[in-house]
Each structure stands twice: as structure tokens, then as C-alpha cells.
Design a binder for this molecule. Structure first.
Ligand SMILES: [Zn+2]
Length: 216
């Protein structure tokens, strides 16, 4: 009786469908998210994406960002870490420094957390890589990318990043892997890569939870 009472309290609702779930998200939702998996594409920027930005995966990312579900970030980070180790051609033993795409301090205050950092935490938990959440910093407040034209997007993200306090005094000796939630046009990853490479920091590429279908 007591046990069932406790489990009743421990069970919480799935943030994606609101049904009770034993884990963070319910099994049907977890299965539906995994249907979007395997969109592993290596582009010229060496971007590894866990899945397609659509369906239940898109829904889960929205819940992470706008429904105050930080735990989802870590969970997706674990999935990303597992898939990245399997499919990226990583050689065991090689040291990698993980840097999430930073968020502007104003937005961070609003949301309470940077979803890319949470994903990076889960990623590092699985891979054992070192996290440098302050390797980069966001120095410009950018507008949401989806409403902008291709030219506006490039302009929007230009000079948005700077070297963060963790790399300010000394460059990391190992190459950097960038982490983000969504890969859309590549402008964000390109800009972040440029800032690091200008400082002489080697960038391996990026790993993102999802990738949109359009590449304009
Ligand atoms: Zn669910």
C-alpha cells in the first residue's frame, strides 16, 4: 500500500502528451521521438545531427525551450552522445572539449537555462569529454532566426560571439566540438567556428540534436 502510494507520487506527467509516465517522458513519446533519428549528415562543416527537426522530436525541443523542462536537455544530450560516439568516426582516447552555443545573458535570465548547455552536459556525461560551458560567450542579442531571410540571418549572427572566460587566458589544447539544439542554416555554427579558429583553437565540428530539412 505504502509502496504504491509512493510510486503514485513519484510518477509524473509526460511533458509532451500529459499522460502519466514512469520516466521523464512516456514510452510512446520516446518511441515517436526516435522515429526522427538517423538523419546523420556530415556536411562540409562536419555537423552531426541526431535526428530530423520534425514530429515528436520538434515537440520535445519546444518543450525543452518553452515549457521549462530542463531535464529533457540532458536526456537528449545522452542520446546525442551515444549516437555521436558510434557514427562520427571518433577514435577512442582522443581528447575533445565540448562547448555549447552560448545564449545572451538577457535571454538566459528569461529562460533560466541555456538548452544547448544542458544538451552538452548530457553529451559529456555519456562521452566523458570535458565541458567548457563558458568557452564562448554571446555578446550580441540576436533575433529569432526563423522569420529572417538568408541575408538577414547572416547579418543577425555576425559578431554575435566572443571568446568566453574559460578560453580567455589560455587556449584549450584539445580540439573543440560545438553543441546546439537545432541546426538550420549553419550560420550559427560557422560564426562560432570562426571566432574560435581566429584565436587558433581547433574546431572539429558540431553535434546537434536536430537538423531542419531546408538548407537555404
Ligand atoms: Zn508522452
Amino acid at each position: 500500500m505504502l509502496k504504491s502510494l509512493i510510486s503514485l507520487f513519484l510518477e509524473s506527467n509526460c511533458p509532451l502528451c500529459d499522460r502519466t509516465a514512469r520516466n521523464l517522458i512516456c514510452q510512446p513519446c520516446c518511441d515517436r521521438i526516435h522515429k526522427e533519428k538517423n538523419l546523420h549528415q556530415q556536411t562540409s562543416l562536419k555537423v552531426f545531427a541526431w535526428g530530423a527537426y520534425r514530429g515528436q522530436l520538434k515537440r520535445a525541443i519546444a518543450a525543452l525551450k518553452y515549457q521549462n523542462c530542463p531535464e529533457l536537455g540532458q536526456l537528449m544530450g545522452l542520446w546525442l552522445g551515444e549516437a555521436w560516439l558510434k557514427s562520427s568516426g571518433y577514435k577512442p582516447g582522443k581528447k575533445i572539449i565540448v562547448v555549447p552555443i552560448p545564449m545572451h545573458s538577457n535571454k538566459l535570465k528569461q529562460r533560466g537555462y541555456n538548452q544547448a548547455e544542458l544538451i552538452a552536459r548530457g553529451f559529456c556525461q555519456f562521452t566523458g569529454f570535458s565541458l567548457r560551458a563558458r568557452g564562448l560567450k554571446r555578446i550580441k542579442e540576436t533575433k529569432a532566426m526563423f522569420a529572417l531571410t538568408s541575408t538577414q540571418r547572416k547579418e543577425n549572427i555576425r559578431s554575435a560571439f566572443g571568446i568566453g572566460p574559460e578560453f580567455a587566458k589560455k587556449n584549450p589544447r584539445s580540439p573543440v566540438l560545438l553543441i546546439d539544439d537545432i541546426y538550420t542554416t549553419g550560420n550559427t555554427v560557422t560564426e562560432a567556428t570562426k571566432i574560435l579558429e581566429d584565436r587558433g583553437i581547433k574546431v572539429l565540428g558540431a553535434a546537434t540534436v536536430s537538423k531542419t530539412a531546408s538548407q537555404n
